[in-house]
Design a protein around this ligand. Sequence first.
Ligand code: ZN
Length: 77
Amino acid sequence: MSLQKIKDAIANQKMICPECKKPIQKWEKYAETIDAVRDGFNIIEIDSNASRVTLTCGNAPCAWKERSEYWIEYIID
Ligand SMILES: [Zn+2]
């Protein structure tokens, strides 16, 4: 699950700010994104498995903040 992945990455300091390269401190406004596909008269909802979150670096003086679907790119192993 994506939200758990984000929480774990931040708790373990494995989500890195692209500007200052320090661990991102904060996340907020997590949302799953769902793609709706129209099929004839029916609307079929498909869980695209994407999710969006607002990330805030939080390491002063860095002011990096981003709302992104591509948060997974900031996680390091
Ligand atoms: Zn930063």
